[in-house]
Design a protein around this ligand. Structure first.
Ligand code: ATP
Ligand code: MG
Length: 247
């Protein structure tokens, strides 16, 4: 289980002589249970990606603690193989000189499998993300955006993590491909039973895949609601977000 307790984060404001700091996250506390999909929504600049980086242990909070299964996520060993990530910019998340097979081999090495086991694990992963075996030898530039994102998802799943942090993972894909990848994420979660932190500015995508949704505004949690109750959400800000889409 992921547990976030009174987390604060600020950054130095731009400008050489500036001593001011911008408070990006204020007193953030929440939990995400095993197998749960928690959405984090909010407008641009509300601190979603910053929170995502803290959950992944890429950056440390100024104050407060983040633990996963009782261990702090900023300890590399605590999160290794247990927490993985899928980002929006999939072209940057994958090495252009690696074939799909090489890209998948990397995380599989963490699992300590034999060479033969790794090969069958690659076949299985490709199958699970809906790519046939001819993709093994392909390079990223030979794939469509949706296909590269499937490879990134396969990579994230390869270590059999307990939690995946997805930051705008479907946002740059167009409509029908977006839906296909959302469906893929749903079915993988059923298969593996892992938790998702699903960061997005798209309330519709969040409603499609999440169990609960956290509304983040100017670095503070405005509300956390179950998806079924999204229509009755209290905060004026969330209402405005909802009015922009017809659920
Ligand atoms: N490394 C950094 N140094 C300084 N300021 C930063 C840094 N990272 C983020 N910020 C600032 O923190 C604020 C929140 O940024 P963040 O990327 O977390 O927002 P976001 O909710 O993910 O937005 P978007 O929807 O556009 O992705 C912004 O004002 C941003 O400029
Ligand atoms: Mg962001």
């Amino acid at each position: 289980m992921l547990s976030v307790d009174r987390v604060e984060k600020s950054y130095k404001k731009a400008g050489m002589f500036s001593r001011e700091r911008q408070r990006v996250l204020r007193s953030i506390s929440f939990a995400c249970g095993p197998g749960e999909c928690l959405g984090i929504i909010g407008e641009s600049g509300s601190g979603k990606s910053t929170l995502g980086r803290l959950l992944l242990g890429i950056e440390k909070p100024d104050r407060g603690t983040i633990t996963f299964d009782g261990r702090r996520v900023d300890e590399r060993r605590a999160r290794r193989g247990k927490i993985s990530a899928v980002f929006q910019d999939y072209t940057a998340s994958i090495n252009p000189f690696y074939t799909v097979e090489q890209a998948l081999l990397e995380p599989l090495k963490l699992r300590g499998l034999s060479r033969r086991e790794r090969h069958s694990a690659i076949d299985l992963l490709l199958h699970q993300v809906g790519l046939d075996l001819s993709y093994r030898g392909k390079y990223p530039h030979e794939l469509s955006g949706g296909e590269v994102q499937r490879v990134c998802i396969a990579r994230a799943v390869a270590t059999e993590p307990k939690l995946i942090v997805l930051d705008e993972a479907v946002s740059s894909l167009d409509g029908s491909v977006q839906l296909q990848v959302l469906e893929l994420l749903r079915s993988l979660r059923q298969l593996y039973g892992m938790s998702y932190i699903f960061i997005t500015h798209d309330i519709r995508a969040a409603a499609y895949i999440c169990d609960r949704v956290m509304i983040l505004r100017s670095g503070q949690i405005e509300e956390i609601v179950a998806v079924e109750q999204l229509k009755d959400v209290q905060s004026a800000y969330a209402r405005k977000l909802l009015e922009m889409v017809v659920l």
